[in-house]
Design a protein around this ligand. Structure first.
Ligand code: FEO
Length: 169
C-alpha cells in the first residue's frame, strides 16, 4: 500500500506528464502550421510518449491499491519563434521533469518504499535519454542557424521518428 504522501506526489507527477504531453502537442501543432512536418512528427511522438509516462504512473498507483486523481491541465504556449526556441524549451522542461522525478525518488527512499523506487528507476533512465535527445537536436540547430537547407534536411530526418509504446521497449 502506498502512503498517502507518496500517492499524492505520484498523482502530481501524472499531471506533470499530461502537461508535458499537452506542451509537445502544442509544439507539434505549431510546427505543422508552419509547414515543418518532420518537426511536427517528432513532437507528436513526444506527445504520445508523455501520455504513456502518465499512464505508467496511473497504472502503478492502481496496482498498489491507490487512487489516481486527474487534476486540471494548465495552459501551454501555442507558438515558438523558431525550431531552436521550441527545442530549448523542450530541454528546459525535461530538466524540470528530471528534478521532479528525483524528488519523488528521494521521497520513496525516505519512506523505504522499495517498489516505488524500482518503478521510478525507469523514469530516472528515461530522463537521461530525454535530455540527451533534446540537447542533440539543439546542437544540430545551433550549427544550422538560419540555413534553410539545413532546416529542411533536419525536418526530413525527424520525419523518420516512429512511435514505440513503452510496454514494447
Ligand atoms: Fe515524461 Fe519527457 O518526461
Amino acid at each position: 500500500m502506498l502512503s498517502k504522501k507518496l500517492e499524492a506526489a505520484l498523482n502530481e507527477q501524472i499531471n506533470a506528464e499530461f502537461w508535458s504531453a499537452y506542451l509537445y502537442l502544442s509544439m507539434s501543432a505549431d510546427f505543422a502550421a508552419k509547414g515543418q512536418p518532420g518537426f511536427a512528427n517528432w513532437m507528436h511522438i513526444q506527445f504520445k510518449e508523455e501520455q504513456d509516462h502518465a499512464m505508467k504512473l496511473f497504472n502503478y498507483i492502481i496496482s498498489r491499491g491507490g487512487h489516481p486523481e486527474l487534476k486540471p491541465i494548465a495552459e501551454v504556449n501555442t507558438q515558438w519563434a523558431s525550431p531552436l526556441a521550441a527545442f530549448e524549451d523542450t530541454l528546459a522542461h525535461e530538466q524540470e521533469v528530471t528534478a521532479l522525478i528525483n524528488e519523488l525518488y528521494a521521497l520513496a527512499t525516505e519512506e523505504k518504499d522499495y517498489a516505488t523506487q524500482s518503478m521510478l528507476k525507469w523514469f530516472v533512465d528515461e530522463q537521461v535519454e530525454e535530455e540527451a535527445t533534446a540537447q542533440g537536436i539543439i546542437d544540430a540547430l545551433r550549427m544550422i542557424k538560419d540555413n534553410g537547407f539545413g532546416i529542411y534536411t533536419l525536418d526530413k530526418e525527424l520525419s523518420a521518428r516512429v512511435y514505440t509504446p513503452i510496454e514494447a521497449e
